[in-house]
Design a protein. Sequence first.
Length: 62
Amino acid sequence: MQTTAQYICAFCGESNITFIDLSAGMQQSYTEDCQVCCRPNVLYVYVDEDTLDIQIETDYQE
Ligand SMILES: [Zn+2]
């Protein structure tokens, strides 16, 4: 099952849409380039098991 969620780029502050594969787990982290400034964000994805609400925190990739 795949869904989409929004996150804010840690570099430029623009919002991005990312695809999340829920079968990969309730907590995931991966790196994705911002669609606006193309710099790499580390995404920490937290999925609520009951509501499937998604929270995403972003960090700079060193
Ligand atoms: Zn950006």
